[in-house]
Design a binder for this molecule. Structure first.
Ligand code: ADP
Ligand code: ADP
Length: 226
């Protein structure tokens, strides 16, 4: 199956805003996919639906073949989300945050601790494991969001503006990390305002405008048109 298959997806918010008007898009297994589009286009809504934080109004979403309507838990277990905003408990430590996340997905405690060590080390946070999240720098918080999202070994990782407001050095190291993750087989979808970021990382791009997919192409083909 494909990593993600979205068919005729619609979302009308209470109050009547039609955020998605029949969005159809496919992301292949192993792909590195950029979802681009102007503010208000429907990117966050799409991510919200894939991660089952937002209810869809109509249409279908399948994640590695699991339909959100009929196999919600299996579909959810395939997906990790790195949100745009920090949403940690300020008083919990780095280690508590990631181990707890694993617990939500039923990962056993000893395995969660092994994984925490691996991911926190790779992201340069192992030394900070006993610090409260509120004492971390912005860059560390971003890396912590990635570590947390990986704790249940998702096969699809979705990042909403992962490097917004991040300095160039950290951005480069995050790119390198994401590229490695993708090489290890994790399918990645990200939204970004930095075209350079999509260009550096992504093989395919989809452009959303006013709730519809208006372009679905390879980065190479897009660049040759500019
Ligand atoms: P982005 O920077 O991703 O385009 P927005 O600034 O459009 O995000 O929205 C930020 C958050 O506010 C999102 O979680 C979105 O769902 C929510 N939001 C956006 N527009 C509205 C709205 N009109 N009413 C309520 N919530 C909204
Ligand atoms: P993007 O992420 O591409 O900026 P969004 O998905 O956040 O776009 O928003 C798409 C449209 O839906 C916008 O018009 C936005 O104002 C509206 N919207 C988003 N979230 C909400 C919400 N919670 N309630 C009402 N309208 C919303």
């Amino acid at each position: 199956p494909q990593a993600l298959e979205i068919t005729s997806l619609r979302k009308t918010y209470k109050g009547g805003v039609e955020a998605l008007k029949g969005l159809t898009l496919t992301v292949q297994k192993g792909d590195f996919y950029a979802l681009l589009g102007p503010n208000g286009a429907g990117k966050s809504t799409t991510i919200g639906i894939i991660t089952s934080l937002v209810n869809k109004s109509a249409g279908h979403v399948r994640i590695f073949g699991y339909d959100l309507d009929s196999h919600l838990e299996l579909a959810k277990s395939q997906v990790g989300l790195v949100p745009q905003e920090f949403n940690f408990n300020q008083f919990e430590t780095v280690l508590q945050i990631v181990v707890q996340q694993a617990g939500y997905y039923g990962v056993k405690s000893n395995i969660a601790h092994e994984r925490a060590k691996i991911h926190l080390t790779r992201l340069g946070l192992w030394e900070k494991r006993n610090q409260r999240s509120r004492d971390l720098s912005g860059g560390m918080k971003r890396r912590l969001m990635i570590a947390r999202a990986l704790m249940h070994n998702p096969q699809l990782l979705i990042l909403d503006e992962p490097t917004a407001g991040v300095d160039i050095e950290l951005r480069r190291s995050m790119w390198e990390f994401l590229r490695e993750l993708n090489e290890q087989g994790v399918t990645i979808i990200l939204t970004t305002h930095y075209l350079e970021e999509a260009e550096m990382l992504c093989r395919h791009i989809g452009i959303i405008d006013r709730g519809l997919l208006v372009e679905n192409t390879t980065m190479r083909a897009l660049l040759s048109k500019l």
